[in-house]
Design a protein around this ligand. Structure first.
Ligand SMILES: Cc1cc2nc3c(=O)[nH]c(=O)nc-3n(C[C@H](O)[C@H](O)[C@H](O)COP(=O)(O)OP(=O)(O)OC[C@H]3O[C@@H](n4cnc5c(N)ncnc54)[C@H](O)[C@@H]3O)c2cc1C
Length: 459
């Protein structure tokens, strides 16, 4: 009996089919994706087959993991969307302090795999963010003031290219592509695995202090002044929040705007816990003394606790956001930010955040990627439900923070397509584009390039 080989196009699910629904699901419910076809790839072989099938069908190719970044996706017409969700575990090598992470993995799984060895990964604030998308955008971690941009600690990235080849890139193999992948804005291929360095981390002193937003006028300037001299082993975020009454949100924080200061001080070994606690006290005690908190949760904990500190919602939500890198704000910058986002501003957005940078975030990295550092003092991020009111609120903060903007955004914080999202200087943009043309001359992945309004058009 002869068998007819399956035509590759039958891999591709079409609208309405269960695999299509699974592949196109997004964490950001305000950014539904409507590709011409979709695939859930469970292995590298699936990715290779999908890329070949797309090319045979004349489709472009785009990828996603969780859909946290779906708001930044351009139209997916005539495009195959590959969702990477590999059936493979995270593999930690405790002696080498590395982890091999299959595509589709979220940070929670890497943190859980590393913790038994006294190790931590340079994850972001949310356990549900995908490792690949975060690292392709550089990655700003609460550990970053000590270790720098997370992508500087990537050892290798394995990627399926437009010609169907799977290549493991590193500082030694395909170094130009390895460089461009890390913060270059995407459009190179489908990543199937990353190898990351882990850092020694037995404990963190982590938590949040919450005040009524009316106290922001006295607390925020003190915090901002502290950030200018803070040691690198501590990192914080200051947010004005209008918290929805979701499970897990303490009732005392609902129904009013609150000011939240959260983050972590690091204790690489158990002997470092006292110092980490002292660092946290040096920050918090003066702030607690000028205004009584509503809630105070800082405590020593294993590193996995840090994935929950920031209270990022675990379930999908319809949101819109904007982000920008800011210089040192000083009293005038803080006052402008509070006027636009604080009490009396009438804002309804869920969070207006100043994420503390500085320290190693500003250090160049010899083996780093296209986004290997930022001299900014803060990453601002505004996030709200996707409504016209949110857009107005975000615009007001954009105007208020204009004098302090560096003109750049961190690539991992690019949330949408409506505002300026420049992530690199002209020389870097040109160098990345040259790599893109070399690995993808037909532009199969070109639609996945992150939105940068002044990026040179592809010829
Ligand atoms: C609640 C929340 C908290 C966050 N916290 C932080 C933080 O602390 N620090 C920080 O730096 N960022 C943070 N981010 C931003 C986050 O890192 C980016 O949105 C990131 O792109 C999400 O990656 P993802 O894979 O989960 O999302 P996806 O939307 O699935 O992917 C985003 C992009 O990554 C690319 N991509 C994903 N998978 C692949 C693949 N297999 N191959 C090739 N390309 C791929 C695609 O270009 C895709 O469009 C946060 C975002 C949210 C929503």
């Amino acid at each position: 009996m002869t068998t007819t080989p399956t035509r590759p196009q039958t891999l591709l699910a079409r609208p309405g089919e269960p695999a299509y629904v699974e592949a196109t699901a997004t964490y950001n419910l305000a950014a539904p994706l409507h590709p011409a076809a979709a695939v859930v790839a469970r292995s590298s072989a699936d990715v290779v087959a999908a890329v070949r099938a797309a090319r045979e069908a004349g489709l472009a190719v785009r990828s996603q993991t969780t859909g946290h970044g779906a708001g930044a996706q351009a139209s997916l017409a005539d495009t195959l969307l590959v969702r990477t969700a590999f059936d493979a575990p995270v593999r930690v090598d405790p002696a080498a302090r590395t982890a091999r992470v299959p595509a589709g993995t979220t940070w929670a799984a890497v943190v859980a795999a590393a913790e038994p060895y006294g190790l931590a990964a340079l994850h972001g604030s949310s356990p549900t963010v995908g490792v690949v998308g975060y690292l392709l955008g550089g990655g700003l971690s609460f550990y970053g003031r000590r270790f720098g941009v997370a992508a500087n600690h990537v050892r290798s990235i394995t990627v399926v290219l437009a010609d169907g080849r799977e290549v493991e890139t590193s500082a030694e193999v395909e170094p130009a592509l390895f460089w461009a992948l890390r913060g270059g804005g995407g459009g190179f291929g489908v990543v199937t695995e990353v190898e990351v360095e882990l850092v020694e981390m037995n404990l963190v002193v982590t938590g949040g202090t919450f005040w009524d937003a009316a106290d922001a006028a006295v607390v925020a300037p003190l915090w901002e002044a502290w950030t200018t001299t803070a040691p690198p082993e501590v990192a914080t975020s200051l947010r004005l929040m209008n918290l929805p009454p979701l499970p897990g949100v303490p009732p005392v924080l609902v129904g009013r705007q609150v000011l939240v200061l959260d983050g972590a001080a690091q204790a690489p070994t158990v002997d470092d816990v006292e110092r980490a606690q002292a660092v946290a006290h040096d920050l918090l005690d003066p702030l607690r003394s000028v205004a009584t908190p509503l809630l105070d949760t800082w405590h020593p904990a294993p590193p996995s606790a840090l994935t929950l500190t920031h209270l990022d919602p675990p379930d999908p939500m319809p949101y819109a956001g904007e982000s920008a890198l800011l210089r040192t704000l000083g009293a005038a910058g803080v006052a402008g930010f509070l006027e636009a986002a604080g009490p009396g501003s009438g804002t309804t957005i869920v969070a207006a955040e100043l994420r503390q940078l500085g320290g190693a975030f500003g250090a160049p990295d010899r083996t780093g990627g296209a986004f290997d550092r930022t001299d900014a003092a803060f990453a601002y991020q505004g996030l709200g439900l996707a409504t016209p009111e949110t857009a107005e609120d975000l615009d007001r903060i954009t105007t208020a923070t204009a004098p302090w903007r560096t003109g750049f955004t961190a690539p991992s914080f690019v949330e949408g397509r409506r505002q300026q999202q420049r992530t690199s200087d002209d020389a870097t943009v040109a160098r990345v584009e040259a790599v893109r043309r070399a690995v993808d001359p037909d532009g199969v992945f070109a639609g996945g390039v992150a939105p940068v309004l002044d990026r040179p058009a592809r010829a």
